[in-house]
Design a protein around this ligand. Structure first.
Ligand code: DNO
Ligand code: MN
Length: 394
């Protein structure tokens, strides 16, 4: 397996020379400064590539080539947006990119309610509290119908939280919920969120699936021609949120996506932390079931509470058996080698990390600190080395 590291380019406080010291060899990035829907020019991609390769890294995976909200909503004439998307794909392929990671989450990306929840021995992690999310939905966005999405005791606690909250607490909550959106995105306050949600009225699961299939039909044939592979990133958390349908949340959803447009180019970004936040998801089993379609892996762990809350655990702690999951990925590598792709390596990155030691002072992107991810990467590297040794010895 090949070690990757997500880098936010000009938005990142972590430099490529610092990343070099982690031992990772692949950079995973995007042109975060380009507004959604606009073409990524060949020149801009080439400039990014030069910066990355001059620092001694490879760049073969883009995360993400974002999908415009109008495509997700299936709104109006989308021909120009699809044409732009395909033009960006062609420009990326011309610059040596092989894999495009993307997601199909309406409006938001990964969603947390607390960006610095304390960890027992010091440091902090990202946390999703059902109570705070219910408070946001019910009392800040004022979606009374959200009551049915939460346990009664969560609703009671949400009311108590809201009644006891200051304006600063509420602003902090909305800031946390928006923090998963990278780069040149739209962010909202509570009122903005309310109106953004209006644009999704009438779009349920079936409609979102139809819009997703249309997207696949528009881009996957071009991906085949260009030698690109698409890896959809699962929803995080893997459940409906703010009344918005989420359709990339479990094995059934993934099966549907892969059959909606059958092609070797239509595959998966296996994100263990996202899938692992739903107690019904057995992440190593999902990895084995869809192994041949995995184009990229995000490795991290979560610890879940009974009320639907969860927090990001250290990479080898938490509810997902990371050793079993890495075994599944190594098995898939071996299978690809047997197929003749003898030097194939699955690229993974430590996806998120705790804020540890000097991380908070550096002011890095939430979830993407230097030391916390370095710890995660080092732990994963140890697992991979040990498993590789025992497999070779067997
Ligand atoms: C969360 C992260 C996400 C991911 C995007 C991919 O697990 O990996 O920010 O990068 O959703 O499109
Ligand atoms: Mn991920």
């Amino acid at each position: 397996m090949k070690e990757g590291w997500r880098w936010y380019g000009g938005f990142d406080r972590i430099s490529l020379s610092e990343i070099a010291q982690t031992g990772a060899s692949e950079i995973i990035t995007a042109l975060h400064e380009v507004p959604y829907g606009e073409v990524w020019t060949r020149e801009a991609i080439a400039a990014c590539r030069t910066e990355i390769t001059s620092a001694g890294f490879g760049w073969h995976i883009v995360e993400s080539l974002p999908i415009h909200e109008r495509i997700k909503r299936g709104e109006g004439d989308l021909s120009a947006l699809f044409a732009n998307y395909r033009q960006s794909m062609a420009n990326l392929a011309a610059e040596g990119i092989k894999v495009i990671c993307y997601n199909f989450m309406p409006l938001l990306d990964w969603t947390r309610t607390d960006l610095a929840a304390p960890v027992t021995r010091g440091g902090s992690c990202l946390r999703f509290s059902s109570v705070r999310m219910a408070a946001l939905e019910l009392f800040m966005v004022e979606r009374a119908e959200a009551e049915k999405d939460y346990l009664p005791e969560v609703v009671t606690a949400a009311k108590a939280w809201f009644d006891g909250s200051t304006q600063e607490d509420r602003d902090g909550l909305i800031h946390a919920v928006m923090a998963g959106l990278p780069g040149a995105y739209d962010r909202y306050d509570a009122a903005g969120l309310r109106s953004a949600l209006k644009a999704y009225e009438g779009i349920g699961r079936a409609e979102l699936r139809a819009n997703y299939k249309r997207f696949l039909d528009e881009v996957i044939p071009a991906a085949e021609d260009l030698g690109l592979s698409f890896g959809v990133h699962p929803d995080d958390p893997p459940r409906d949120i703010l009344g918005l349908p989420r359709i990339v949340s479990n094995a059934e959803d993934i099966g549907w996506i892969l059959s909606a447009h059958v092609s070797p180019a239509n595959g998966l970004t296996l994100c263990s932390g996202s899938l692992g936040a739903n107690p019904a998801n057995d992440v190593p089993a999902i990895a084995r079931r869809f192994a041949s379609k995995i184009h990229f892996a995000h490795l991290r762990n979560v610890r879940k509470d009974a009320d639907g809350s969860f927090e990001e655990a250290a990479h080898l702690a938490g509810d997902t058996n990371m050793v079993d999951l890495v075994s599944a990925l190594l098995e898939e590598e071996t299978r690809r080698h047997a197929e003749g792709r003898t030097d194939y390596e699955i690229v993974f990155r430590p996806d998120h990390g705790h804020e540890l030691l000097d991380d908070a002072a550096k002011g890095t992107h939430p979830g993407y600190p230097l030391i916390g991810r370095l710890r995660g990467l080092a732990e994963l590297r140890g697992v991979i080395a040990a498993l590789t040794y025992t497999r070779n010895a067997a």
